[in-house]
Design a protein around this ligand. Structure first.
Ligand code: CDP
Ligand code: MG
Length: 667
């Protein structure tokens, strides 16, 4: 039977009753705060009301959203409502993709794209209204945009700003925008029943599969949305589900998936659809036809650990705020049911909200951006610039990192290097490497640009289900012995020159879509530096390695003298770190290594993307950072040599002892 979801007509959305109030509010105030549940019609309707009211005369209305998929799908939806072609009256701009024209009146963009727009057009001229949408997601970008927009508004008083949120505490926003008007929108369309487990479950992936099957067999029509925490869990779900042999369409949804594959979830199917998602689907998109939500009540959260200098990815229980959002995904187009895979009692113990990203992230890049936009007269005032004040510990850590990379000077002003990297679409340390690669002493910009592009791919360039052994095999076949970073570079180069890319990618278990994305990033950086000549070091491996050191010099480790192989110690933080099992260096175990990332896996700090290094380079390239370490390393080396001599001596003595004993026994 064809499942027909009842599409909600724009006239029936809760926001419709507030149209006049919203328009009056924006006419008479410069900032409007709109609070309304997901699905009320904020993102699709408000911009259209504004155009009707004349805000799109000479200028455009811009809507900024946290996610790419939301920007594209909503622009499509609004174009459909208007009966216009996407990219004409209504368009979108996201990284690497855009559909806009001279006629465009409403532009949907991602938060990252809006930051880029502001870098090139600091007063965002040409836009009459900016709507910062879904700011309850509180990403680093939304928090930065709030500061930027507030500053722009001071200089361009006619700019109208709308801030919309599904669940935010109002007082935070009204303190941040003191002269704003708040409109709270009531009413939701359909009811959602909430079901809990009677007993806690042992494995929520298995429980989710069983429950989805039960729904499929016993319950009436309607699609199912399952919330899990990671790609691995999503793949496990899909694998387990395949044993049931149903005619359901099962679709994964996560940020590592290409945007085309993400958008497949909106396609209507004649059989029941099961979407298995990370919290990508939690808010900001509405997928028609979802009637059942299965919520694991867990999420994967990135938390930066200042003491250990690394990002930790933890699976943590969600907040009740997220739980409510997830439940709200059912019942958008008719009554729905949300099954929470925990007991009612356990759910009531969950925290009400979760700390925003700004309180749990490494803020180095954000502080660099804040300084480049001159948002604060000096670094000490940074802490109160944001919606939620950041801690001194966070600030000091970021300032130290920026100083050691020579991106800001003693007055906390951006240096020449700082100014030239701030608009790179790369993490700070990689951007430093790229900028340095143009210098005479390195001259390897072609290689470093490629390396930077690959290392910016979230989750790496291998297929999501490739095993460490398969990765190692590919790197051994195509890479080089000096390390993973150079091996990945070689894989990328081979990929670009190969004919039948599909087969080749299958053979080496690399992801075509991820390598294509790396190619796009490469072109983007190349374009940004079009006035500079891109040079190749022509196989000068050392130049590339040294250039990598110029950004990552604080991430160096020395092999430990233990019986177990692959154990290293970071010479700066002194913590024990391990070679990743897929590293090409697991063949040679060099004494000194430098790595791109440190990730905690199975309670072990694992180095990712590692390269061999000569420790002398550290003193040449980052003498300011290693000035105290030189002596220490010399002493360490001395101690090691002494240990080795002692060991030889001890072995000798033991052998003599054994010889003596065997002679005695003969006697
Ligand atoms: O922004 P908000 O969450 O308040 O709602 P919206 O995104 O404007 O969506 C309003 C309504 O439009 C939803 O409840 C859906 O019924 C519908 N919609 C849809 O069917 N497909 C989309 N891609 C977007 C919205
Ligand atoms: Mg919305």
């Amino acid at each position: 039977m064809l499942i027909q979801s009842r599409k909600c007509h724009p006239q029936n959305l809760p926001i419709r009753a507030y149209k006049e109030q919203i328009l009056y509010g924006i006419d008479t105030n410069s900032t409007l705060i709109i609070l309304a549940e997901t699905g009320s019609g904020k993102t699709t309707q408000i911009p259209q009301y504004l155009i009707e009211a004349g805000y799109g005369g000479e200028e455009r209305v811009l809507v900024s959203l946290p996610r790419k998929m939301a920007a594209i799908s909503i622009a499509q939806r609004v174009s459909d409502e208007n009966g216009t072609e996407l990219g004409q009256d209504i368009g979108y701009r996201v990284r690497f993709d855009q559909k806009v024209s001279e006629n465009t009146k409403i532009e949907y963009v991602t938060d990252g794209t809006l930051i880029q727009i502001i870098m090139g057009n600091p007063l965002i001229e040409g836009y009459s209204v900016v709507m910062l949408d879904d700011i309850h997601e509180r990403t680093l970008n939304t928090d930065l945009l709030l500061c930027l927009i507030k500053k722009i508004q001071k200089k361009r008083s006619e700019l109208k700003v709308i801030v919309s949120s599904a669940t935010m505490q109002v007082h935070l926003l009204s303190n941040f925008f003191p002269n704003s008007k708040i409109i709270a929108i009531r009413g939701r369309n359909y009811d959602v029943d909430i079901m809990y487990l009677l007993e806690p479950c042992k494995n929520y992936v298995i429980s989710a599969v069983e429950l989805a099957y039960h729904i499929h067999k016993k319950m009436s029509e309607g699609d199912i949305l399952v919330f899990l925490t990671s790609v691995e869990e999503i793949l496990a779900f899909i694998h387990l589900w395949s044993y049931y042999k149903t005619n359901c369409v099962v679709l994964p949804l996560h940020a590592n998936l290409g945007i085309d594959k993400q958008l497949l979830v909106f396609k209507q199917h004649s059989s029941r659809k099961i979407i298995v998602s990370t919290n990508v689907a939690e808010s900001s998109v509405t997928i028609d036809g979802i009637v059942y939500v299965i919520d694991s009540c867990y999420q994967k959260v990135k938390v930066y650990d200042y003491k250990r200098n690394l990002d930790q990815l933890n699976v943590l229980p969600i907040s009740q705020q997220s739980g409510a959002q997830r439940a709200g995904r059912a019942g958008r187009t008719r009554d729905g049911i949300c099954y929470r895979l925990c007991t009612k009692e356990d759910y009531s113990q969950l925290p009400k909200t979760f700390p925003p990203e700004i309180l749990r992230s490494n803020l180095t890049e954000l502080i660099l951006q804040i300084r480049s936009f001159s948002l604060t007269p000096n670094h000490l005032q940074c802490s109160n610039t944001f919606l939620t004040p950041i801690s001194n510990e966070q600030l000091i850590h970021s300032i130290n990192t920026l100083m050691s990379l020579k991106l800001i000077d003693d007055n906390f002003s951006l240096t020449e290097l700082g100014n030239s990297i701030v608009d790179y679409p790369l993490e700070t340390k990689l951007a430093v490497c790229v900028e340095n690669s143009f210098l005479d002493e390195y001259q390897c910009s072609d290689e470093i640009l490629k390396i930077a592009s690959i290392l910016s791919i979230q989750g790496g360039i291998f297929s999501s289900d490739a095993t460490p052994l398969q990765m190692l095999k590919a790197k051994k076949a195509l890479g080089c012995k000096e390390g993973d970073v150079l091996s990945l570079h070689n894989i990328f180069v081979r990929y670009m020159n190969i004919g039948n890319k599909g087969n080749w990618c299958d053979t080496y278990r690399v992801s075509k879509h991820k390598l294509e994305s790396a190619g796009k990033i490469y072109k983007q950086i190349q374009k940004r530096r079009k006035n500079r000549q891109i040079k190749s070091s022509i196989q000068d491996v050392e130049a590339v390695q040294r250039c990598f050191v110029s950004g990552f010099f604080s991430q160096v480790a020395q092999r430990e003298n233990t019986a177990r192989e692959g154990v290293y110690r970071n010479i700066y933080t002194k913590q024990l770190v391990y070679l990743h099992p897929a590293s090409v260096l697991t063949v040679s175990y060099p004494e000194w290594v430098i790595y791109h990332e440190l990730i905690e896996q199975n309670q072990k700090l694992t180095m990712h993307n590692i390269t061999e290094l000569d420790p002398h380079w550290l003193f040449e390239i980052a003498p300011h950072f290693y000035k105290d370490a030189r002596q220490e390393i010399a002493e360490m080396k001395h101690q090691q040599e002494k240990d080795q001599l002692d060991k030889v001596e001890a072995d000798k003595q033991q052998k003599q002892q054994e010889l003596l004993m065997s002679q005695e026994s003969k006697v």
